[in-house]
Design a protein around this ligand. Structure first.
Ligand SMILES: C[S@@+](CC[C@H](N)C(=O)[O-])C[C@H]1O[C@@H](n2cnc3c(N)ncnc32)[C@H](O)[C@@H]1O
Ligand code: SF4
Ligand code: SF4
Length: 368
């Protein structure tokens, strides 16, 4: 298949995934309500997808935001940046306060469509997380989050299910106890499975969708059929195997990636078999391997942004750390001012011109 054809296929697949994510009736209803109650959100979104795509000024404001609510985590997963060399200072930061979160929502409520509450720590460690979801949801914004699901218990399960989330994404990086426990250091496979069942058995409404996410590597790929069985028996809504492996442009993760990263083309038949099995089990299932290209560049700088726990504006969750790149802090400036700053405009330009900084190369499949 030639490159143009491959790109077109990738674009269609990406578009199809977004359609599938939003094609669930309760989510469509929430989205429609968002647009009906605040039509400018739709106008802004259309502006982002057209005007912002071609001009670097950031005329329209981002419609999607990731927020990091904590830099702390109770686990030390082998492939994650958190709790590794150089993370100690960030781990000491105080969790984001409700008042600071509220200010972000009040400032963005007229242009944001969706928020992912996920940074580089474990979101459930911020005790205000449910209040925060409730507040953003009360403004009409769709909110979802990622969790390692180790901290779910009888006291918080109802809050998790009823605070207003549209989706709860649970990371499960192995289909057997040995593999999972080796990767997700300090977590226990059986406890996490029990927690997933606690969530699905207490769920009374269509939302939140309960989605399992697995970082697929050479270490766990053979266990995907097992994960499909586990997920279909647990009553979750979907399973996604993410093949994109982030290295944060750091030597230790680049070395690890060389050992564990999968080449999708080498496991095509296996992927087909997994789709067949999931179909038989009636499970919504996907392999996810987003790679940007020169012709189809990263859309984050023009559509979305990331606010770190210390309220710095960072382009995306893949960069994740303000020390690597940030365009300013909300303590000193407004979101709109930072979004339209010269530095942000220059960043959009270099991404469009494919003059990629080292920390972006991994997203384009350019590994060194
Ligand atoms: C950084 S975690 C934060 C949320 C939460 N603590 C969790 O584990 O779901 C967000 C997601 O990033 C994934 N992740 C961590 N390290 C990664 C890497 N090197 N490459 C790709 N994904 C990674 C995790 O598996 C998780 O699904
Ligand atoms: S639980 Fe999430 S944040 Fe914590 S170390 Fe694992 S992947 Fe990183
Ligand atoms: S690291 Fe660079 S290429 Fe990757 S998502 Fe972020 S801005 Fe885009």
């Amino acid at each position: 298949m030639d490159i143009d054809c491959e790109m077109a296929k990738n674009k269609i697949q990406r578009g199809w995934r977004i359609v599938r994510l939003f094609s669930k009736p309760p989510i469509i209803k929430r989205a429609m309500l968002r647009f009906i109650k605040n039509p400018y959100v739709l106008v802004n979104m259309l502006g982002v997808m057209t005007v912002n795509k071609y001009f670097n000024r950031g005329t329209f404001l981002p419609f999607s935001l990731d927020i990091e609510l904590t830099t702390k985590c109770n686990l030390t997963c082998t492939y994650c940046r958190v709790n590794k060399e150089g993370w100690q200072e960030r781990a000491k930061l105080e969790n984001m306060k409700f008042e600071d979160f509220k200010k972000i929502i009040d400032d963005t409520k007229n242009h944001l469509f969706i928020i992912k509450l996920q940074g580089m720590g474990e979101t459930l460690l911020n005790k205000d997380v449910f209040r925060m979801v409730e507040y953003a949801t009360s403004k009409g914004i769709l909110v979802y989050t990622f969790t390692n699901a180790t901290l779910v218990d009888d006291n918080n399960v109802h809050k998790i299910l009823n605070c207003g989330l549209i989706a709860l994404n649970i990371s499960l990086d192995g289909g057997t106890r040995d593999t999972y426990n080796a990767v997700r250091v300090n977590a226990d496979f059986d406890k996490v499975l029990a927690n997933i069942k606690k969530i699905t058995s207490n769920k009374k409404n269509k939302l939140p969708l309960i989605n399992v996410w697995t970082v697929g590597t050479k270490e766990n790929i053979k266990e995907v059929p097992n994960l499909i069985n586990i997920c279909s028996e647990s009553g979750v809504n979907s399973l996604t195997i993410q093949l994109k492996f982030t290295t944060w442009n750091r030597a230790e993760f680049k070395k690890l990636a060389e050992d564990v990263r999968l080449d999708e083309n080498e496991i095509k038949d296996f992927i087909d078999d997994c789709y067949k099995l999931a179909h038989e089990k009636g499970l919504n299932f996907d392999f996810f391997n987003r790679t940007f290209t020169k012709k189809s560049p990263c859309y984050w700088p023009t559509t979305s942004f990331y606010i770190s726990n210390e309220r710095a504006i960072v382009p995306c969750c893949t960069i994740g750390e303000p020390e690597v790149l940030n365009f300013g802090n909300l303590k000193d400036n407004s979101i709109a001012k930072i979004w339209r700053s010269d530095a942000y405009q220059s960043f959009r330009k270099i991404i469009k011109e494919h003059k990629l900084p080292d920390y972006c190369k991994n997203c384009y499949g350019e590994f060194d």
